[in-house]
Design a protein around this ligand. Structure first.
Ligand code: GCB
Length: 617
């Protein structure tokens, strides 16, 4: 009987996918700048492929909603005494992972692990009466169930966007613990779906903290230039809390001589449009950031914000009204030297410093939202950014829940990045094969992005096709709805033929918009040498870049590129035992940080482009 009950319970667990991703409170803008208690550091963990941690031993049932007692979220303490129930786990004596950090790179037995791991952190806090508290996770891949002191806060899906729950009244004065069930199982109807060309790193990969705020507080704001207008600020401030109506919020940009008192409406919102004639504009050559502060009563939120415009005119891209060429490179959120997910500022700065050395003024942060810290660094270091959601290859185009998931990830990305001058492009997806349901899905995402932010360009890596006459046709119907004609092409690598034959291709591009090559490239194992026809050699990759740049130079309206990719990265599908060993080797920099020959080809090309467009800067 007992067995049967258990079997039934298992059956139920098999089909029960849990509640839909629970609505979170609207994301706190610039959360790290609030008064925070960091929960980074050592988290004890239990590997749980059978999901026993959900097991409620009192009710003999797997309980995925698990609001009750009985699972690992209780953080129970086993003892040798005769207890009514046997406790067969113990976080405090379990091994620890460093957070932020994926689990795959921290424990050899977890390199390929896909499934559930429970993580626990104990901490002390003394909440102040009258204050509000929010627990904030920069990202957890992919599905997370979060518990505070044994009580469930919520469930979240999506591996690259922030997660936030209000915990006011739920914190003990003194000892507390938070338990996270992180599950990186891939699902057909998820975003991304089951097939990607990057490592499925699991765990709590970005910062964790508790943020404190006053009872009524500044939850969100946007301080940017008005669309296509270099001398007008436009934006809003949003308060949250019982006293949010009719409040005064002071916007102060002292260095620009701007001080304005804003009044919130019945929804706690104050919108503004303020002349700002003397602003020094942000650009890669001069990444000027202003100290911006917003004050409401005793609360002041400080940010550093740059101001610039971005628009297209015919086949031109105008940055602050001036024609620009995007000297870019694609980047994964991975430090190849670990190798593992980039953990924070040091790792991220290394990646962007490499991009600067290459001569870039632009980076494609592929293929999912990157760390907020990366966006801030790009602001500071003067790099334009293409930011993207993981709508990658095939997606369950006809599943409404999948669409909702993609839209939520896009909205959260835009919410997180909307004050960053560096971000000039929102990308709604990558290489999504043509079909009517796909077009509906993708154009809905485009509409959503425009509704949330009409000041930036919208793009995607479009599909293309080749004909036997070596013509590359770019006529993907999605192109109609985008600001850039952006696409990936792999002449000289996947398309066969030697690098020297790349120049035989010509382009037939349907849209008269700026053309942007969002990927090209080929693999090379650093230190492996041959001639320009020896696949996997540095010389092959070098020649591929030389000929690609020649071919691309023939495209009318070419306004930039982000070749694939800055550094070698882990990819499960890359199994060649000699040249790949689980790495995609298209990096211009190896997994040990060595620059390959092609790096210098692109560097020289970018030097010439910088001289042509930006006076060498
Ligand atoms: C692509 C994908 C990228 C892959 C790359 C490759 O088209 O967009 O995610 O890693 O090709 O190396 O095949």
């Amino acid at each position: 009987m007992k067995m049967l009950l258990l079997a039934l319970a298992l059956g139920v667990a098999g089909i029960f996918t849990g509640p839909a991703a629970q609505a979170q409170t609207s994301l706190i803008q610039n959360a790290p700048a609030r008064r925070v208690l960091s929960l980074n550091g050592s988290w004890n963990y239990i590997i749980d492929p059978y999901e026993n941690g959900f097991y409620d031993y009192r009710r003999e049932a797997f309980d995925k909603s698990a609001t009750g007692k009985g699972g690992y979220y209780d953080n129970a303490k086993p003892s040798t005494a005769q207890e009514p129930e046997l406790i067969e786990y113990d976080f405090d004596h379990s091994a620890a992972l460093q957070i932020p950090g994926d689990w795959n790179s921290q424990d050899p037995k977890l390199l390929y692990y896909e499934g559930t791991i429970w993580l626990k952190k104990s901490f002390k806090i003394t909440p102040t009466a009258g204050k509000r508290y929010f627990i904030y996770f920069g990202a957890i891949n992919y599905e997370s169930h979060i518990y505070l002191n044994g009580k469930k806060l919520g469930m979240h899906q999506g591996g690259f966007t922030p997660i936030q729950y209000e915990v006011t009244g739920k914190l003990n004065s003194g000892d507390n613990f938070v338990v996270v069930k992180a599950d990186n199982t891939r699902h057909l109807d998820a975003v991304p779906t089951i097939n990607t060309d990057w490592w499925n790193y699991g765990g709590i990969t970005r910062d964790v903290y508790i943020a404190e705020a006053p009872e009524t507080f500044i939850v969100d704001y946007k301080v940017q230039l008005a669309k296509d207008n270099m001398s007008q600020l436009a934006g809003y401030v949003q308060l949250d809390g019982t006293g949010k109506t009719g409040q005064s919020v002071t916007l102060n940009i002292a260095e620009a001589g701007i001080k304005q008192i804003l009044k919130t409406d019945g929804d706690g919102r104050a919108t503004f449009s303020i002349p700002a004639k003397k602003l020094k504009l942000w650009s890669p050559q001069s990444p000027k950031l202003y100290a911006v502060s917003l004050t409401n009563g005793s609360e002041t939120v400080q940010d550093k914000i740059g101001f610039r415009t971005i628009q297209t005119k015919g086949q031109d891209i105008l940055l602050n009204g001036k024609s620009a060429f995007m000297r870019g490179i694609s980047i994964h959120d991975e430090n190849p030297l670990i190798p593992g997910r980039a953990r924070g500022e040091g790792d991220l700065r290394m990646l962007l410093t490499w991009a600067k050395e290459l001569g870039c003024n632009y980076v494609r942060l592929a293929h999912y939202p990157h760390n907020e810290a990366m966006l801030r660094l790009a602001d500071e270091m003067g790099l334009l950014v293409w930011a993207e959601v993981p709508v990658y290859w095939t997606i369950a185009w006809q599943n409404p829940a999948t669409y909702q998931n993609a839209e939520t990830q896009l909205s959260d990305l835009i919410s997180m990045g909307k004050n960053r001058a560096s971000i000039v492009v929102w990308s709604v997806g990558n290489e999504t094969p043509l079909s009517d349901p796909r077009l509906t899905f993708m154009t809905n995402l485009v509409k959503k992005a425009r509704a949330l932010d009409d000041t930036r360009l919208i793009a995607a890596a479009l599909e293309l096709h080749r004909t036997p006459d070596n013509v590359i046709h770019v006529d993907d119907p999605l192109g109609e709805f985008l600001d850039l004609t952006s696409f990936n092409e792999y002449a000289g690598w996947y398309w066969g033929g030697k690098p020297s034959e790349i120049t035989k291709y010509t382009f037939d591009i349907k849209y008269s918009k700026p053309v942007f090559i969002s990927e090209f490239g080929g693999d090379a194992l650093a230190g492996y040498h041959g001639d320009a026809e020896t696949r996997w050699s540095e010389e092959y990759q070098e020649s591929l870049y030389q000929n690609q740049l020649k071919m691309l130079g023939t495209i009318k309206g070419l306004r930039g590129m982000t070749p694939w990719i800055l550094a070698d990265f882990r990819a499960t599908r890359r199994q060649h035992p000699v040249y790949q060993n689980g790495f995609n080797r298209k990096g211009l920099i190896s997994s040990t940080g060595v620059k390959k020959k092609a790096f210098y080809v692109l560097q020289e090309y970018y030097r010439q482009q910088a001289a042509k467009y930006d006076g060498g800067k």
